[in-house]
Write a protein that binds this ligand. Sequence first.
Ligand SMILES: Cc1ncc(C[n+]2csc(CCOP(=O)(O)OP(=O)(O)O)c2C)c(N)n1
Length: 531
Amino acid sequence: MNVREAAFDLFREHRMTTIFGNPGSTELPMLAEFPEDFRYVLGLQEAVVVGMADGFAQASGRATHVNLHTAPGVGNAMGAIFNAQANKSPLLVTAGQQVRAQVTMNANLTNRDATRVVHPFVKWSYEPARAEDVPLALGHGIHVASTAPRGPAFVSLPMDDWNVGVDEAEVGHAIERSVSSRSGADPASVEAIAKRIAAAKNPVLVVGPDVDASGGWDDAVALAERQKLPVFASPAPGGGRIGFPEGHPLFQGVLPPAIGPVAETLKGRDLIVVVGSSVFPYYPYIPGPLLPEGAELVAITSDPDEAARAPMGDAIVADVALTLKALVAEVPEGDRAEPDPLPDPGAGEEMDPISPTMANHTLAGVLPEDAIVVLEAPSATLSVRNQLRISKPGSYFFGAGGGLGFGLSAAIGVQLAQPDRPVVCILGEGSAQYAITGFWTAAAYDVPVTFLVLRNEEYAILKWFAGIEEVQGAPGLDLPAVNTSEVAKGYGVPAERVSGADELEASLKKSFGSDGPSLVEVPVQPGMALF
Ligand SMILES: Cc1ncc(C[n+]2csc(CCOP(=O)(O)OP(=O)(O)O)c2C)c(N)n1
């Protein structure tokens, strides 16, 4: 047995038979005699390769292998690896390295200091000391990436390692090992929070992305219903996933992403229970009290760093789904009055071009029951949440890191992981450009994503931020004449530009009915859309 055979057996054992990559000469030895039970998904630029793997890993819930080309490939991928870390996406990122004999002399394409390059964005970074250690190192990377908090791990792989022989019995242990890391909370802590919830006069539940990722959706609903807790989603910038049905009568909306406004929104609450979110993914700095007067906060997170760095409140580090289940069993039935449900956002005014609100409203009218939404249209984020009120688990993916390029590429990975569910990817035309070559992969592999591009001819969110930051006269915020539908056609994705709600509706229906990728570009009004 050689290193390559052992490595591919290891990948098989972990059901990692889809590899996302962009190859170079240093990766070819790994890809030799590529086994038939594996699928290699080619991306044309590394930001897209990692973004696709990120979407695939999140939507499949499994560690996913992404293979990059030595230093420049990793360099191109860095923004996407940053995103994968923020998304807690279990990625095994590997990159080829020069032949061992030429690393010390720094021959061409040597990934000099390979393990340091990615260091801040991965949980673990390694180059095996010997070729024979490659399978064990890859296993190490897979286990690190898959245990809480999940995230990318990196292994640098010298290109002459693959044909080296390994001891089959020894390597067999590395291949077969499993690591289980879901740990429940200390029963005394669960009992204490249950008591605090039951005794609180005006408690509230704040739900974040790890509720969905941990499989805790039904228990979050059960907890809220049992105690009649009003529920908020954690602030949108860090809300890479939705953890609670947004059409549920207890749902009260998305928390604003800044210190003062969060305290203002939660005014009058005496207990804030946060599950599966950092406290909090703030973005603009709008100072104010961290908590409303008289409020206490307790957070449940599987991420020790999230627990440690929170500026206020108590925290319990444990698997989010297991802890929610334990809490449901522990809390009594509450008899609080139910809050008023959120008002219907409405479709807004008729305009030409249509408003983003109208575009999202139109999408909501034709969205298939079991659709998955991947979103990267910054100024329309809240409008999408309000119009679609997504209410099924595993149905929303958003780049929690904020690095553009996630949306277009992740949608392809999500669709590959969930071939039986329709995927719609809502993009700002600015955002689409960061991963534009993803259209080629969607076309080449016939990945049936419906892309909806909201064309407002500007960086609308940055104009909104300019207002908040009191910046006047900043250049570079307009984006006229980017013709995304024509560009998509050039990569092989059927595309059309439509105008008005009726054409949009017809085009979206056609798109959802097709078995391949397609794109609908619709001009919309400039500016921020809240509803
Ligand atoms: C990699 C990266 N570069 C730059 C930015 C800064 N940025 C945030 S939003 C934005 C504009 C997005 O434009 P568009 O997708 O058209 O959406 P709109 O704001 O118009 O809704 C930019 C450039 C970023 N978030 N990520």
